[in-house]
Design a binder for this molecule. Structure first.
Ligand SMILES: Nc1nc2c(c(=O)[nH]1)N[C@H]1C(S)=C(S)[C@@H](COP(=O)(O)OP(=O)(O)OC[C@H]3O[C@@H](n4cnc5c(=O)[nH]c(N)nc54)[C@H](O)[C@@H]3O)O[C@H]1N2
Ligand SMILES: Nc1nc2c(c(=O)[nH]1)N[C@H]1C(S)=C(S)[C@@H](COP(=O)(O)OP(=O)(O)OC[C@H]3O[C@@H](n4cnc5c(=O)[nH]c(N)nc54)[C@H](O)[C@@H]3O)O[C@H]1N2
Ligand SMILES: [Mo]
Length: 738
């Protein structure tokens, strides 16, 4: 059948794919779009902006990846003609795959579906905006919530939260609650900061890179060049991942001729723990470090607190417990500890394999513990690096698109406005969805994203939105939420992408670097700027004679001036448009050992590994991205690096396949406490025994909506499942998206 795991990832295949994409929309057109001075739209590694398209924060060229091209090409598609919505009923939209929805074209006119509507109908902007404004005016403010994805600009994000708070609610949040929230919370608890402690330049001095719970070969491809360079310098890369991801073993970096021809070895050591086994594994590395007396005692004494309790906790953990909970042998753990002990500058990077757990925050704190043990925070070349998802998700956090503003931000905002803002406890994303499910919400306003598709427990999410009288989506393209996540009334408002904005916008990368995107000609006259829409609602709902004149806030520079006065660390944004001097947010990069927070010290935390035994026939399931998708947007059905040509598969360890008695492509029902997904094909894959892999968003039917109590993040990576042979029977009707 010709589908196998390749020997390496990246390389010519990525290049040929890119060339094919270019011929779709026209070479010159795509080249112009890619080289325009706009921040890349995909991941938060960041490129583009004033240094020029396809350049990273240090100015390195060429920086490009398939994902940025895919996102650009999708934005350059034809506009979706109104006839499309006459042809396809809402029921028919449900039969389209995420890929078909994305590829059907760009949204170019507001769409409306009312109670009992069979089809969306095109409406004019006046109707759409007045419907939203009247709903917001006429229903109680504590029944409204605001969600943002991570692709919108700082200007739109700031305005959204400003609108929500002046309107009188703190029910405002962003997709981080389903993503890196555990990183922000864990880092704040341990260090008093919530973002990366290093800048991109620091990685030039790093000699050991821990890559934990992430698959950058697919999801942050430009990081692969950095990893290759670390190895070339003689540095080491330790990968911690239950799945042997081929791109983390061998990657052909397309922009490097030698690597392209011969491939680059990435992992120096590849550890495959159980899903959720990281805390035990990290404690094991800490134990070995202490047993060989390789800790940096001077740093510990000067810059940290809580060490003795931590030491005792680690001491009390037996090697047997560590091995059985992590699934990794002591021998391998000692190898990792030895590399760690020899390193001068270690960086700890992690992604969703760490945060998507009921103990996500504790996972993050265990990583910090290990870094502190050898003084790997607070000096050049070493530190902590949450590898963020969306291109501006960190910016949206900085802009206050969060339920509870930090004290400094709130005080600045109040003194700027000259009034007191609501101090009521805000609701995070799951909090809002639960309230909606209880029938306690009247308006859901979503700035981008796919709130339905990103949610755990798809049936619950569908019901929550269904019970909401008005659901508003601001989007560029159609997604599964527009088919499955309808309210009693639903509005879809078409927006411009950042490179189509008439005024410049700004974005913040995961290295705390703020970029200016130039904007560009609008591709679709029917779509509007996000800022224009929000400011317009401000005028309609709150009027222009209150604390702010919303008409003036249509000017992005005016918003930036407000941000400079209010958002901590963002002063330089005031003159950014004029000077074009992109900058690092102040006080985020740590090159010395004075940490924020009252004591100025970093904290060890006693987080002990969770016990997570499997019952008879049970498996732990992770839900992950394929190489060909961006979150709920699927560009290609295949996952080339895992050798899969389709998405309705479950990947199991070959021994589990044998023990459960399944052959390749046998059809199963996957059963969890939240739902059933069927029919699914069973396939073998190099994954730690007892663990399984499926693709998000389809698998969200199976994800229970329980969350990490500290960060409020769902456990998208650890779902208890069993498998049953699939037999067609009338009792088993497919659930949404099955
Ligand atoms: N092409 C592309 N790029 C993207 C995205 C995309 O969808 N497509 N999404 C963007 C977004 S919003 C985000 S948040 C990031 C996501 O980037 P990633 O976090 O890399 O994405 P996931 O596919 O969720 O994969 C997580 C990895 O964690 C591993 N894993 C699962 N469970 C565990 C565990 O318990 N422990 C450990 N150690 N590892 C585990 C999986 O095997 C997998 O390799 O990527 C961003 N960039
Ligand atoms: N099971 C499972 N569930 C998960 C995850 C998982 O790993 N497993 N990952 C979680 C993570 S990490 C995240 S971040 C969330 C993602 O959740 P979201 O951020 O809510 O979802 P996306 O799929 O990224 O949103 C895609 C939509 O964004 C719109 N869009 C694109 N560009 C723009 C723009 O410039 N402006 C506006 N307004 N809209 C735009 C397009 O219409 C597109 O349909 O999902 C979470 N859910
Ligand atoms: Mo994310």
């Amino acid at each position: 059948m010709g589908w196998k795991i390749p020997k390496s990832a990246g390389g010519w295949r990525a290049i040929f794919y890119s060339l094919r994409l270019a011929s779709k929309v026209g070479w010159l057109r795509l080249w112009r779009a890619m080289t325009s001075k706009n921040a890349c739209k995909t991941c938060a590694l960041g490129m583009g902006g004033q240094k020029g398209g396809m350049r990273n924060e240090t100015g390195h060229w060429p920086e490009v990846c398939k994902k940025s091209l895919q996102a650009m090409v999708a934005d350059m598609q034809h506009g979706l003609a109104p006839e499309f919505f006459n042809k396809y009923s809402i029921e028919q939209l449900k039969t389209l795959s995420p890929r078909e929805l994305e590829m059907s074209g760009r949204l170019i006119a507001p769409l409306y579906a009312g109670p009992g509507s069979s089809h969306y109908q095109v409406v004019d902007w006046e109707f759409a905006l007045e419907k939203i404004a009247s709903s917001l005016r006429e229903t109680p403010v504590d029944r409204h919530f605001f969600y943002a994805s991570g692709r919108s600009a700082n200007e739109a994000g700031f305005l959204l939260q400003l609108f929500a708070r002046l309107h009188g609610t703190n029910f405002v949040n962003n997709c981080s609650y389903y993503c890196h929230q555990a990183s922000g919370v864990g880092l704040s608890q341990s260090l008093g900061t919530s973002t990366a402690t290093i800048s991109l330049e620091d990685l030039d001095q790093t000699d050991l890179f821990f890559l934990i719970g992430g698959n950058p070969a697919s999801n942050h491809p430009r990081l692969m060049r950095t990893l290759m360079q670390i190895r070339r310098r003689g540095g080491k890369v330790i990968v911690i991942n239950p799945v042997r991801e081929i791109g983390l073993v061998n990657f052909k970096v397309p922009s490097d001729p030698w690597s392209l021809l011969f491939g680059s070895k990435i992992a120096s050591l590849y550890l495959q723990p159980n899903i959720g086994g990281d805390m035990a594994l990290l404690s094991g590395i800490a134990k070995a470090t202490l047993e060989s007396a390789s800790q940096n005692q001077e740093f510990i004494d000067q810059a940290t607190q809580g060490f003795s309790d931590f030491k005792e906790m680690v001491h009390n953990l037996s090697w047997e417990t560590i091995e059985s909970l992590s699934g990794v042998s002591k021998v391998e753990i000692l190898q990792a500890a030895e590399l760690f002990s020899k390193s001068k500058n270690a960086v700890f990077a992690w992604t969703m394999g760490i945060t998507h757990h009921l103990h996500g925050t504790e996972n993050v704190r265990s990583i910090v513990n290990l870094a502190l043990l050898r003084g790997m925070v607070g000096k050049p070349g070493a530190g902590l690096l949450p590898i963020r998802g969306h291109s501006n998700v960190q910016g949206l956090g900085s802009m206050g698109v969060v339920p509870n503003l930090r004290e400094g931000f709130l005080k600045n905002l109040e003194s700027y406005l000259g009034l007191s803002l609501p101090r009521t406890t805000g609701l995070d994303t799951m909090g809002c969805m639960e309230a909606a499910h209880n029938g306690e919400m009247d308006v859901a306003f979503c700035l981008g994203g796919n709130l339905f598709g990103s949610n755990p427990d798809a049936s619950f999410a569908q019901q929550a939105l269904e019970k909401t009288p008005l659901v508003v989506y601001l989007n560029t393209t159609l997604n599964t939420g527009h088919a499955w996540g309808l309210g009693k009334e639903t509005l879809i408002l078409p927006v411009l992408a950042r490179d189509e904005e008439a005024q410049p916008t700004t974005q913040e990368s995961m290295f705390n670097f703020v970029r200016l995107s130039e904007g560009g000609p609008a591709r679709y006259p029917g779509a509007r700027s996000e800022v224009e829409i929000i400011a317009g609602l401000g005028s309609r709902v709150l009027g222009n004679s209150g604390p702010v004149d919303w008409r003036k806030l249509r000017a992005h520079q005016t918003i930036r001036e407000m941000i400079a006065d209010i958002v901590p660390g963002y002063q330089e944004i005031r003159t950014l448009e004029k000077t074009r001097n992109e900058f690092h947010v102040a006080k985020r990069v740590f090159h010395d050992t004075h940490f924020p927070g009252e004591s100025g010290q970093a904290s060890f935390s006693c987080v002990s590994p969770p016990v997570d035994n499997l019952g008879q026939g049970e498996l732990r399931l992770m839900t992950v991205r394929s190489e060909g998708q961006f979150n709920t947007v699927v560009y290609e059905e295949e996952d080339i690096y895992r050798g899969q040509e389709r998405r309705d598969v479950i990947l199991l360890n070959p021994q589990d396949m044998a023990q459960l008695g399944f052959k390749r492509d046998e059809l199963v029902c996957v059963v969890s406490s939240a739902g059933v997904l069927q029919p699914i094909r069973v396939r073998s894959h190099p994954i730690r025994q007892g663990n399984a892999l499926m693709y998000y968003p389809e698998a969200n039917i199976l994800v229970p909506k329980e969350i990490d109590p500290v960060s409020r993040t769902p456990a998208f990576k650890n779902i208890r499942i069993t498998l049953e042979r699939f037999e067609e029977s009338p009792g088993k009707t497919p659930l949404p998206l099955a």
